[in-house]
Design a protein around this ligand. Sequence first.
Ligand SMILES: Cc1cc2nc3c(=O)[nH]c(=O)nc-3n(C[C@H](O)[C@H](O)[C@H](O)COP(=O)(O)OP(=O)(O)OC[C@H]3O[C@@H](n4cnc5c(N)ncnc54)[C@H](O)[C@@H]3O)c2cc1C
Length: 492
Amino acid sequence: MSQPTRRNTLRGLVASAAVVVGFHPGAQAWATEDTRKGGLAGDFEDLPPLDGTLLTDEESRAAAAEDYGHIVHRTPRAVLRPGSVDDVVAMVRFCGKHGIPVAPRGQGHATMGQAQVKHGLVIETTPLADIGPVDADSDTVTVGAGVRWSTLTKATLEHGLTPPVFTDYLELSVGGTASVGGIGGQTHQHGAQVDTVTELRVVTGAGELVRCSTRRHPELFDAVRAGLGQCAIIVGATVRLVRAPETVRHYLLPYADLDTFLTDQRRLVEERRFAYVEGQVAPDDSGAFRTYLLEAVAYGPPVGPEPDDEALLRGLRFERGGEEIANLGYYAFLDRLAASVAEQKESGVWYDAHPWLNLLLPGEHVTRLAEDFLTSLTPDLVGPGVVLLYPLQRDQLRTPLLRTPDDPAPYLLAVLRSTPPEDEATVKRMLEHNRTAYEDVRDAGGKQYPVGSVPFDKRDWRDHFGRAWPRLVAARHRYDPHGILVPGQGIF
Ligand SMILES: Cc1cc2nc3c(=O)[nH]c(=O)nc-3n(C[C@H](O)[C@H](O)[C@H](O)COP(=O)(O)OP(=O)(O)OC[C@H]3O[C@@H](n4cnc5c(N)ncnc54)[C@H](O)[C@@H]3O)c2cc1C
């Protein structure tokens, strides 16, 4: 979620320099501390043997109490660095027995404590990093949940193949985006990343290792995809692949008014004219958010013909003369944020607080909703961040728990806010602005895309899931009977 060449405010995750504590001393420390505090777990005599390590040192636990948001901090009792999927099974069973809450953590890029768990167990998925061979019959690849999309893509490109959909930033885990959705500029063509997952290997909250797909345990498959970790931990995923282009043609098209910008974007996604469509809104010299930039990408051979500028831009009403057009290598295009992220890490901006707002607006009301929202927005409420606004196609979004407005062309509005974490007053104002914006959009039939920082209570979640709520509740009772999984989402 972020853009290539312009002011870019992707910022970051505090690097965790965890000290590895051996399993037995660690287990003891956990038990001792637990017992002293009146105990979540009581007696840990029955801690299972592990292939990996259980970390209970302060540094590891403090790292697991951080995320990209730097707003919420919940310290776990321990962090599991699994040496195998069996470790995940064993520790989930153990935690279920003792009523200890558990949260898997991929790259920790959630912004409001979603992968944190107070006094519980955080399970790192990073060690689950296998990448299987590409299956040439089905054009799929099976990977561990902790694999990052960047690593996966580099591996599949060796076969001329690529995952079809990308988030703007590639260093997110496959399990982490399959748990939320994974939306990007290709979503109007192929759905969210989770729509391109054909099978999952999961460890349920009951500690069962299960393979699920639309044919095998479909109700579990539906409960886990975009299921925010409420029913099972994803330990592996099979991802569909498509042919990769070698180069792409990249277009940045400026617009002078909101309605023309939105109408042209919508036209492009309905016609499927480009492989990728996004867009950005930035402030003008007066600080008003009213400059608009449409970003579109056409894939070249062997996926499509050599891109023809005249044909691709025909009928569009951007400000002629202001367009920027460039040829890029395919991976360079996908990884376009890498240089900016490196700069932000260098300057320290990456480690700011990120009270991000991510909403899905109903296309029918998008002009009014976007206009009202952008009028209420001031540069200090964004910081050095960016505002993204682009349409999706609902018929491509097929994952039941990825809730979208009941509209054929919902628009993603993402406000990637950023401010120093010690500026608590600004963080608070940004969070309040998120809540107000959410309510306005919800009242018009919109949804939150739940990767950001919108203060949400249990009633909001029920409303968010709507018709899918009873099925989620039933799946939760069935697959996580102890109710231990991912309390940081605040759903149950
Ligand atoms: C810089 C940046 C750019 C982004 N760009 C985009 C974008 O373009 N499009 C988009 O859609 N999103 C984007 N996001 C949001 C991102 O997709 C989500 O925050 C995603 O969940 C992060 O993946 P992660 O591996 O860091 O997960 P984490 O933050 O570690 O976890 C997120 C949630 O998923 C749960 N979880 C993690 N792994 C698993 C698992 N294996 N099984 C079950 N549950 C699990 C966690 O418990 C937690 O509740 C961006 C985020 C950042 C920080």
